[in-house]
Design a protein around this ligand. Sequence first.
Ligand code: FAD
Length: 498
Amino acid sequence: MKRREFVRSALFATATLPAFNFVSALARSGPIGDVSAITAEGRDVTLRSAEIRELAERLQGNLLLAGDAGYDEARLLLNPSFDKHPALIAQPTDVSGIQSAVKFAREHNLLLAVKCGGHSHSGQSTCERGMQIDLKNFRGVQLDTAGRKVSVKGGSLLGLVDAETMAQGFVTPLGTVSHTGVGGLTLGGGFGRVARRFGMAIDNLTAMDVVTADGQLLHTSMREHPDLFWGLRGGSGNFGVVSNFEFKLHPMQREVIAGKLTFPFEKMRDVLAMYADYAPAAPDTLYFDPIVVLPPGGAPGVAQLDVCYSGPAQEAEHALAPLRKVGGSVADSIKAMDYVELQRSGDWSDARLLGTYIKGGFISAMPGDLIDALVKGIQGDPRRTTALFFQHCGGACSRVPEDATAFAHRYALANMMTMSGWTHGENATDHIEATRRYWSGLEKFTRGFYVNDMPREATASDINANYRGNYKKLVAVKTKYDPTNLFRLNANIQPRKS
Ligand code: FAD
């Protein structure tokens, strides 16, 4: 929801730009020449036309080269700042297609990107002159209601999962914006509106199928390849292409109590102070977060509370009472809502017109000093949207030991993020610098970052330290399953050199 508000206000400034032209992917019918590409280490390499033709014949799915229909749609991400041109794009339609693409990348030692929903904040799912495996034609959901589980193909978007599971009266906890990829979201952790109640996405995984660097398909679970199953739950895309996620299903009513309480910007401090007191004590069935947005064009800013209460409806007002006590709201949209609609309410149709930059980190509490820094440091600018927002953690997310999965931030009360957004095509430097300035006063209150919100400039040592006590074990798993670091465009763990 918060990301939606942010984007909507930023789109305000982009309304005159033409709509992005989506085209469907078609394989090339004409001749194929040699293609210049790049290896994982950055060396130039020439892919011979015969080798490319052979891959095209083996691949179940499309193989796209620059200029082909669908090439631009595939190479671009949600954030248009990442304007990269892969040498080859494979769009497999089945597991053998994923295996063929992975083997080709490995044989030629190509720089390799894997794309699911394309939401990566650090631009990891596309690459310049390497190979991209785009999973957009590898989507689907299969429910086993008797076994209380759902199988989700590795390229699926989370809206499909919400729609299919809710239609049968079940939910599995994923994120808050329906066009986010299940792949990236889950492999980094996965927070959403019912995570405090049912756990993070990774806590609901019962099995995963993964194509590893040698092209093998491995079934992983607590019993099979348990080390890999452990690493995949929070270790980002380091270990292979996940072709299938199997999640637990939880029975849940369709209707939740959700919406926003909107306050004038001047109430920011009061809103944050209430969050500091109530967020740690709130019931697991309540997810709520402050959002502060300073829109472009000098329009007045707002402070909001974004709410989803999924417990018994008759207890909702009691759970929400501390939020209403803030007083002075100018709008209140909290009401009974269909969960699937709520999950779609953060979508937008043409986000590719918006350049964005994010900084974020986990907080275990919100002390007065942090509130001061948040309030004093925030600065709007008529040329951009400035946003501050949080994702409520705690509850069931915190009741898992830090070494039970690769995700090592179970202490988190919230994921705190600030973002700027600007019309794509403008010089981004000022906007990025403004976000960094604000963050420089906030970072000391954080204990690490969410790999799924990793800033683009994160260094190897930032990333290693961020895995905390799990780093050593992650290196061992990486060394075993991806010794050449084929899967490096992610929150990368370097394998030990033999
Ligand atoms: P992609 O850009 O396609 O991929 C991201 C990374 O995952 C890449 O490194 C890619 O190689 C890897 N990857 C993707 N699929 C696979 C696969 N099948 N196998 C192996 N590797 C794979 N996070 C939350 O937890 N909760 C939220 O509510 C939430 N909301 C968001 C809303 C928006 C608008 C945006 C932009 C981000 C949001 N995020 C949220 C962060 C989100 O989890 C990350 O951006 C995540 O990486 C997105 O996954 P994706 O598949 O869409 O991205």
